[in-house]
Design a protein around this ligand. Sequence first.
Ligand SMILES: Nc1ncnc2c1ncn2[C@@H]1O[C@H](COP(=O)(O)OP(=O)(O)O)[C@@H](O)[C@H]1O
Ligand SMILES: [Mg+2]
Length: 201
Amino acid sequence: MILENKLGITNQVELAKAEERISKQKARQLFDSGDIYQVDVGTFAGLAFVHAYLFDEIYDFAGKLREVNIAKGNFRFAPLMYLEQSLKHIDAMPQGNYDEIIEKYVEMNIAHPFREGNGRAMRIWLDVMLKKGIRQVIDWNLVNKEEYLSAMERSVVKDIEIKVLLKDALTDQIHDRALYMKSIDVSYFYEGYSAFRTAEL
Ligand SMILES: Nc1ncnc2c1ncn2[C@@H]1O[C@H](COP(=O)(O)OP(=O)(O)O)[C@@H](O)[C@H]1O
Ligand SMILES: [Mg+2]
């Protein structure tokens, strides 16, 4: 099925390309404009800001809580009934060190608050938390796609794999524009989008 979208596109290949192009432009603008500093760190409001920033031109649901239950693989994300309660809990979780930040990220993934685009918005949200909390970010280019997706799948049961995997990719280059743009490309690559380079849009 194809997601209803503001672009009036009914061809799913065309929608994927338009979504990638437009939202990557937005991801680039988020950094270049300095708007990324407006992201409320470690809260659902902050994540919703990022999600809306990326997808507002494309989807009505940008930045808004999903209204359906969703699953990936064998895992069902937070049932709608508990979603708001779960997000309140996540807002209150500590974010003072690396382990706490990853634990928060894992919980937010379990919540999966949006209809689509959770992975891409959440990785930006995670880097903002790491930047503020420990003055480091992830160099996503150092994180292998299959290992990442497998560690995320596993994280709902045990978070040790994702903690180890991402720790090995931490960098002090928190203001490096090229690293940010490359990380966006890699983040999109995890989700199957690789037609455009963020830095060239
Ligand atoms: N089986 C799974 N269990 C838990 N989390 C998963 C699973 N499969 C994928 N994920 C997480 O969900 C993200 C994809 O969510 P999605 O809303 O489709 O985001 P996007 O549209 O940006 O791809 C992945 O990046 C991964 O972190
Ligand atoms: Mg997706």
